[in-house]
Design a protein around this ligand. Structure first.
Ligand code: ZN
Ligand code: ZN
Length: 345
């Protein structure tokens, strides 16, 4: 393959990102890198690309160096391909395509914890929305304000779900939990019980303001737990106009590159939480997760049947951040999803 023009590829990426309303500081890296490529003799660029030393040039980072390398090889850079999908596609259309690909919802509460409706009503509403399945993820014991389920109540819930599933077939309620990530990074439920569940969402709900290093270690520990499948609402933020009298809640602080690298390594999906007061992760972090190669779960965190229809909000953000259906775990059918949650770790 004959080499492409790496500076042109970098500028094209910047253009596509700008059109997708990315903040200009995110885009600047690509324009800066293009200028570096302009200044560097072609022979030096080729030599550095094959030696893997492009990042020694000031102004080239890991992502932009990869773009240059692929471009010089004559390949359309993967990053460019991803942002090009934004091209000419109105946001609503891209989001609708993503929404149409979803076959279930992996984060749903019932009145067993802090939801407002019985399991059966949540399941029926999900089925009416066209889903093949929902994963029931009520809270874990330590979240007492949300009536977190003790091991006994969760075991009891498993029997109830099994009985409901015989009535609702072929629709399926998959068993699960939204498990608190304890301060030390351990999970707030008996490991043997977690092992029995179809899917585990792990979320931070307590001490959201702990120092950055501690929070990073806490989240990485949870992500590396062999029972964890999805990292729930990773920053814990509440956007302005909601929560705490409308003042919102700031994001918790952690090293997102480290946490998302762990998610990619342990094949844990990063949740796109569709709740309008959460919309978590924020776009800059979601794009980082996509770049890290993470899988994504676009979930509603519904606490009532009507909230199951919030997925389009998550889909819009996901589309803007370059998430494609092949990266989304709930674009799989139930069997594929279960094959993934029972992956060897
Ligand atoms: Zn939660
Ligand atoms: Zn939840």
């Amino acid at each position: 393959m004959s080499p492409r023009d790496p500076a042109a590829d970098l500028r094209r990426i910047a253009f596509c990102l700008e059109r997708a309303l990315e903040p200009s500081y995110r885009v600047k890296a690509f324009r800066t890198a293009a200028a570096v490529v302009d200044r560097t003799p072609a022979a030096e660029l080729a030599q550095r690309a094959s030696a893997g030393t492009l990042t020694d040039l000031a102004g080239l980072g890991k992502v932009t160096a990869l773009v240059v390398t692929e471009s010089l090889r004559g390949e359309e850079p993967v990053y460019l391909r991803r942002v090009e999908t934004l091209e000419g596609t109105p946001v609503a259309e891209g989001a609708a395509r993503l929404r149409a690909a979803l076959r279930g919802d992996c984060h749903v509460h019932s009145d067993w914890s802090d939801g407002g409706s019985p399991i059966e009503e949540m399941a029926q509403a999900a089925r009416e929305l066209g889903h093949d399945y929902v994963v029931l993820t009520d809270h874990s014991p330590r979240l007492t304000v949300a009536r977190g389920l003790s091991p006994e109540r969760l075991r009891e819930q498993l029997d109830v779900v099994a009985a409901l599933n015989t009535d609702l077939a072929p629709f399926r309620i998959l068993t699960g939990i939204e498990c608190d990530i304890n301060e030390d990074g351990s999970l707030d439920q008996e490991p043997a019980l977690l092992a029995r569940l179809d899917l585990v969402v792990a979320s931070v709900h307590s001490r959201l303001r702990m120092p950055r290093e501690e929070m990073t270690a806490r989240m990485v520990a949870a992500v590396s737990n062999p029972h964890t499948d999805v990292l729930g609402h990773c920053t814990g933020r509440q956007v302005l106009g909601h929560g705490r009298g409308g003042k919102g809640r700031p994001e918790s602080e952690f090293d997102a590159e480290v946490v998302f690298a762990a998610c990619a390594h342990f094949d844990v999906a990063v949740e796109v939480n569709s709740r309008p007061e959460r919309l978590d992760p924020p776009k800059r972090l979601l794009r980082l997760a996509v770049e890290a190669g993470c899988r994504v779960a676009i979930d509603t965190d519904a606490h009532a049947p009507g909230q199951l229809d919030w997925q389009h909000l998550g889909c819009e953000r996901a589309h803007l951040c370059g998430v494609t259906p092949d990266r989304v775990v709930n674009a799989w059918g139930a069997d594929e999803l279960l094959a993934w949650t029972s992956r060897a770790r």
